[in-house]
Design a protein around this ligand. Sequence first.
Ligand SMILES: Nc1ncnc2c1ncn2[C@@H]1O[C@H](COP(=O)(O)OP(=O)(O)OP(=O)(O)O)[C@@H](O)[C@H]1O
Ligand SMILES: [Mg+2]
Length: 403
Amino acid sequence: MVGEYNENGVLEIIGVGVAPSNGLRRGVVVNIESTLGSVAAAVEAAELMSGREVKDVYCGAAGASVEGINSRGVVAVTGRGREITREDVDRVIEAARAVVIPMDREVLHVIPQSFIVDDQKGIRNPLDMIGVRLEAEVHIITGSVTTAQNLVKCVNRAGFKVNRLMLQSLAAARAVLSSDEKELGCLLVDLGGGTTDVLVYSDGAPYFSSVIPVGGSQVTNDLSIMLSVPMDAAERLKRESASAWLESVEPGETVVVPGVGGRAPAEVPRRRLCSIVQPRMEEIFGMVRERVEKMGHWKHIKGGVVLTGGGALVQGAAELAQDMFRMPVRLGNPITLGGLVEEYRSPLYATAVGLVLMGAEESMPPEARGQGSTDRQAKGKGKGAEGGDTLGRIADWIRKGFF
Ligand SMILES: Nc1ncnc2c1ncn2[C@@H]1O[C@H](COP(=O)(O)OP(=O)(O)OP(=O)(O)O)[C@@H](O)[C@H]1O
Ligand SMILES: [Mg+2]
């Protein structure tokens, strides 16, 4: 997805490109050549639509190795008059970040949840407050170094520079969740092809993130095996005829399943498709619930569940989720940014829209905008997949109320 600030400083989506995803399994690169081919094809299509040449990208990270943990840190306020400065905030986040992370993992995000100044809890922005002791609670997302390196390598070899890897579900959340939902506490379920990404927000910040290595392609695979049809036919059946909610399918409804290798096409009850799709979707939602409950975050979900990603488009997915989660479920369409709205207003594009939003905020903060969309000198700011700049950015986010 290609985004651009228009002459009024408003972010627009000006190009969308889609290509079949090859070379990845469960969110992890298993074939470099195929993956880079998919990346190149998708970006080329987006370049063509936008009429722009893409040089650098923000790339979503997934895979079961991505893990979120909560941590806290504390520092003494050193500023003049005990007024909390940006340096204090940077230091306390650095302290919170100082947890033991295995050598084979790298930090993708450090997201402040809240601050404590002396005994005052639940502070969103401690800047300029007066205190002696500053404490920060943060959510740290880490991923496997080698998984990330392989992904970056594919994108590099496809001809683009990766500015930064970002957790896919965080990007999706940016695009689909309202601030009310984040405040109240909600569960985001991003049902992708290879993985189902889960994120729990509470009091405006993420508290739990997890990646489940099962997604929509498993549903297609089940259909392919059970109906003895090739994957592309199974994919079509899933999108056009299947349902994940048996109650919405009348007993008499039938679907034509194409024949293979000279076999004649067969008419099968639509309920049969449902009996294949529903158990797998139940399994996925069951795993989501189990993980969130196990970590004690179920009670924080007061604002309901938001279902997004391509898998959310399976008919009856929201009904099934509502039944299994026992709370309101809505489909998460990305917010409207202007530009080619019709092209991207679908749960399929939630992550990509979120990456554009987060990348734009990072490469060109609001105060640097307004000098015309071609002014990209602010870009230099957010360089490096992860590094010393992160803390500066976090302080920026706090100031802007990014989360
Ligand atoms: N109209 C549709 N109806 C049902 N399923 C759909 C539809 N469109 C796409 N899908 C399914 O959505 C899945 C892909 O979703 P999405 O594009 O969100 O995944 P992804 O972000 O590329 O993958 P991942 O999140 O695992 O890295 C595929 O399994 C695809 O079959
Ligand atoms: Mg996805």
